[in-house]
Write a new protein. Structure first.
Length: 414
């Protein structure tokens, strides 16, 4: 088979990251204080992170969904404002999201190639990789995956179609993405009955009216059909309840179909370009374990808040120690503390995006027993948090995150 080559193509030599456990999050106190979750949300470069977990997880991941940069040569921003008019983008409050900007296609392939190779190593023998791209680079990726997995391991080339406005006037509107599904071996997980969908009402009516429909083959109309390899799901811009403001966020229904088809309850699902955290959130809701990772602090923060709001499953937060993780020290007089409640000064609320409490801070790992998130459709955040246990032998700690990403930690008594 032909291989894709370029001047800088070299065998990958990943350097493992040093990872440090920063916090364990118990959404709304669920599982606090005794649960030691396996689920992980990791801040760091995914090549170094995957290299770091390889010794523990090689051949152990049941499903990987990868949604890397698409080689669009754009720089994406995050919407961080609240109660904004979606029709007036000039008034949106924005922050840095992630860059998808490359000097040339060779540099893009230098990023993608080693990451696909290490994902192959992480996959279990029965595992599946779903690689999500579009017309900019899917043709390059197909050749890379043929090389790494073998062309016979292509399970499907899935086309995700969607609607939306487009500025294009000199060609047909580009309204689909490509998802390449490759299996590690010929023995793989595919739960066909978990993803069946109803037949079109016209099909049902046709079979009911004519015994000759289907050339004598009558399908099980009640059971439903296996979806085709083209899928229609609305983009997140049309799903008001799912919007996070994070760019290129994927709809939950898309990930639900992938996770139901190619994993089972209790399986390990990984997403190393996790973005807004859709994969890990849906995996958690479907009773799968997860590893989610991104280099962008904003992505990891968005994923954290979505898990707290949408799932009761505890998870660990780790970070690559080579990255700066600065937390400022705040003043205790900005809080009113009782035996089981913390109330924050109203002057801190305007720019506050998230805050949490560890009622028994040990000075090392933050055990988040209570959290408050600024809702997407409201300007303000809750000023009060109840924590599940009274302050123990250790100190009470409070962490705050502002819209601009500034992080503050307060210890009581200081």
């Amino acid at each position: 088979m032909p291989h894709l080559t370029w001047d800088s193509k070299t065998p990958p030599k990943p350097v493992p990251a040093a990872l440090e456990l920063d916090a364990i999050i118990y959404p709304q106190g669920n599982g606090y204080p005794g649960t030691d979750p396996e689920n992980q949300l990791i801040l760091g470069d995914n090549l170094a992170v995957m290299s770091a977990i390889l010794s523990e997880y090689e051949g152990q991941v049941d499903l990987i969904y990868a949604d890397p940069p698409f080689y669009t040569n754009k720089r994406y921003q995050v919407r961080v404002g609240r109660q904004e008019d979606s029709r007036r983008p000039q008034e949106w409050q924005l922050a840095d999201g992630y860059p998808d900007h490359w000097p040339n296609v060779e540099s893009y392939l230098d990023m993608l190639y080693p990451r696909l190779q290490i994902m192959h190593r992480l996959l279990a023998p029965h595992g599946t990789l779903y690689l999500h791209l579009d017309w900019h680079a899917d043709h390059y990726a197909r050749l890379l995956l043929d090389e790494i997995f073998g062309p016979e391991r292509l399970l499907n080339e899935i086309i995700w179609v969607y609607h939306g406005p487009s500025p294009i006037r000199s060609a047909f509107n580009r309204k689909h993405d490509t998802i390449l599904a490759y299996t590690k071996s010929s023995e793989y997980t595919f739960n066909v009955d978990a993803v069946r969908e109803p037949y079109n009402p016209k099909t049902v009516k046709t079979f009911a009216s004519s015994p000759k429909a289907g050339f004598g083959k009558v399908p099980d109309l009640e059971r439903g059909k296996v979806p085709e390899d083209w899928w229609y799901f609305p983009v997140v811009a049309r799903l008001h309840n799912e919007r996070t403001g994070y760019p290129t966020q994927k709809p939950q229904a898309l990930l639900e179909r992938i996770i139901l088809a190619s994993s089972n309850p209790g399986d390990l699902v990984a997403d190393f370009f996790c973005g807004a955290g859709t994969t890990s959130l849906v995996a958690s809701q479907l009773e799968r374990r997860f590893i989610a990772n991104d280099l962008s602090w904003r992505a990891v923060h968005t994923s954290r808040t979505r898990h707290i709001a949408g799932s009761d499953t505890p998870f660990k937060m780790l970070y690559e120690t080579s990255l700066p993780l600065e937390r400022l020290s705040g003043r205790m007089d900005e809080f009113n503390i009782t035996d089981s409640q913390v109330e924050i000064d109203p002057n801190l609320v305007d720019d506050l995006d998230y805050w949490e409490i560890d009622p028994d801070w040990d000075g090392e790992v933050f055990h988040s027993a209570a959290q408050a998130i600024r809702p997407r459709k409201k300007v303000s955040i809750s000023r009060e948090l109840m924590f599940p246990d009274p302050i123990g032998e250790n100190k009470l700690a409070i962490r705050l995150v502002n819209i601009d990403g500034k992080q503050t930690q307060i210890i009581y008594p200081g």
